[in-house]
Every structure is written in structure tokens, then in C-alpha cells.
Design a protein around this ligand. Structure first.
Ligand code: NDP
Length: 267
């Protein structure tokens, strides 16, 4: 039997085992997907090999160290410098970032857009900004503090603390911060969100499983919006297609969607 897992800390809440085991079951593949709590400071590639895994997903806070410890990375991962998927091929660890394209497939299924504002400058913002630029979208990044913006300004992105938001049009506004995850905070001051809302964009929150203040704001303003559950499904389906080659990503997305809806989730 092939073994797969997701590494993270915390990890108890992860939906990845549900999604991947549903796909293995539906396709009658003899494989099992587990979750593994890692202590910070542990070498993730050693743990991956010690567990005798064929593939893995990597979540907070290990995505950057997983990037540094991979043997083979593709061009987009090189740009993002964070990975969420490992696959063992001929003894080498190949690393991918499916958050990036997972976001793009989800957003594109909901709207046509040209100009996106990314709120936040962490790992998820890097993945999303990179894929948007590769897909020829205009991207602007705003963050509450300067330090993490350096990655973007050095990479040629337009990014600031929010001073220039009034000068640009946005048809998509994405919350990639953890504001609203465990608190009731907005990712930007409400006057800035109101000014953005006047341009009638789509509000996308990468957080899933709860209605964040950001999404409540969109609802009250009469704007179209969505949470990050469909993004989670797409990143999972894309990771699965790295684990098991020659799979149809749309079919895997549908299997995973059915599994999550059966658990009472709402899309
Ligand atoms: P990081 O810790 O790397 O980055 C967090 C960012 O949020 C930083 O830029 C930080 O700003 C900003 N931030 C944190 N708190 C606030 C606040 N109260 N107000 C404004 N800005 C804030 O996180 P990740 O990028 O790894 O993850 C972000 C979110 O994305 C998580 O909620 C995660 O669950 C979700 N996610 C969802 C996925 C999906 O499939 N739906 C996939 C991957 C992630 P500063 O630089 O000032 O600290």
C-alpha cells in the first residue's frame, strides 16, 4: 500500500486526509493518506523519507523549509520559494506549490478579472501574486507592515502599505491574511475597504470554514464573494494529480467536493 500524509503544526483540523482518501477510494487505488504533527525545527525531508511516504502535503509553518529541503523544484516554485506538495520520484523529492494554481482555478471559475488586489504578504500571498502575474493579470499587494513587502518590491511587483490604493482599479480583492481566522479583525481598515467596495469588486477570502469579518463586510456592501473552500479543493486535486499521474483534475475536484459536502460543508 502506498502511504501519503500532510505535515503541519497544528494539523488536527486538516481536511486533506478526507479529500485524498475519498479520491483513492473512488479510484480504487491501494493507498492511504494520514496527518502528521511535526515539531518546529524538524527536518521535513528527513521525516518524509523516514515515514516511507510516496507523497505529502505540507502546511503551516513548514512551507518555506520544505522548499529549501526539496531535491527538484519547478520554475514557479523557484519564484514563490514555498511548497505544499512533495512527491518521491526515483529517490528524489520533487516539490510543487498547488496553492497558486488552486487559487487561480477557483477564482477563474467564479469571475473574469483583470486587476487583483492581494491583501497580506505571507506565503499564500506570494503563491497567489506569482500565479496571477504568470496569468497576465495586474497585481497589487498591500500589507500592514513593511518587512514582508520586500519580497514583492524586489520581485518587481507593485506593493505598499495602502497609500496608493485609490489610484488603481480592482475587480478582485483577495484576503490572504490570517485576520478573521481566530479573531474578528478586518485585514484592512474599514475606510480603505469602503473605498475599494465603491469599485464593486469580487471579495475572495482564502480562509474557509467560517464567515470572516472580511466576507461579512462584502455581504453588507452587496458585493459578490466567496471563501477559500473551493481553493482548498483545487489545491488538493492538483496535488493528487502530482501523486498519481494521468488523472483528470476536474474529476478529482468533483470527488473531493462530494466528500466535503457529505461532511456538511457549504460551498
Ligand atoms: P503567513 O503567516 O505567511 O502571512 C500572514 C499575513 O497576514 C502577513 O502578511 C501578516 O502581516 C498578515 N496579517 C496577519 N494578521 C493580520 C491582521 N490582523 N491584519 C492585517 N494583516 C494581518 O500566512 P499564510 O500566507 O501561510 O496563510 C494565510 C491564510 O491563508 C491562513 O488563514 C491560511 O489558513 C490560509 N490558506 C488557505 C488555503 C486554501 O486552500 N484555502 C491555502 C493556504 C493558506 P505582517 O507581515 O504584518 O505580519
Amino acid at each position: 500500500m502506498q502511504k501519503y500524509a500532510v505535515f503541519g503544526n497544528p494539523i488536527a483540523h486538516s481536511l486533506s486526509p478526507l479529500l485524498h482518501n475519498a479520491a483513492f477510494g473512488a479510484l480504487k487505488i491501494n493507498a492511504y493518506y494520514d496527518k502528521i504533527l511535526l515539531q518546529t525545527g524538524v527536518c521535513i525531508s528527513d521525516e518524509f523519507r523516514a515515514q516511507n511516504l510516496s507523497g505529502a502535503n505540507i502546511t503551516v509553518p513548514f512551507k518555506e523549509c520544505a522548499y529549501r529541503e526539496a531535491d527538484v523544484i519547478d520554475e514557479m516554485v523557484q519564484e514563490i520559494r514555498a511548497v505544499n506538495t512533495y512527491v518521491l520520484k526515483a529517490g528524489k523529492i520533487h516539490a510543487y506549490n498547488t496553492d497558486a494554481m488552486g487559487f487561480f482555478l477557483s477564482a477563474s471559475s467564479k469571475l473574469n478579472f483583470k486587476n487583483a488586489l492581494v491583501i497580506g504578504a505571507g506565503g499564500t500571498a506570494k503563491a497567489i501574486a506569482t500565479v496571477l502575474r504568470r496569468e497576465k493579470k495586474d497585481v497589487f499587494i498591500v500589507n500592514r507592515s513593511r518587512e514582508k513587502l520586500v519580497f514583492f518590491t524586489e520581485g518587481g511587483f507593485r506593493a505598499d502599505l495602502g497609500e496608493r490604493l485609490d489610484y488603481f482599479d480592482f475587480d478582485l480583492v483577495i484576503n490572504t491574511t490570517s485576520a478573521g481566522l481566530k479573531d474578528e479583525l478586518l485585514p484592512l481598515p474599514s475606510d480603505k475597504l469602503e473605498s475599494l467596495a465603491a469599485r464593486k469588486p469580487f471579495f475572495f477570502d482564502v480562509i474557509y470554514g467560517k464567515q470572516t469579518p472580511f466576507l461579512r463586510f462584502a455581504q453588507h456592501a452587496g458585493l459578490p464573494f466567496c471563501d477559500g473552500l473551493d481553493m482548498l479543493l483545487w489545491q488538493g486535486a492538483l496535488a493528487f494529480c502530482h501523486f498519481q499521474e494521468a488523472q483528470d483534475v476536474q474529476q478529482i475536484h468533483s470527488i473531493m467536493e462530494r466528500a466535503i459536502l457529505a461532511k456538511g460543508a457549504t460551498l
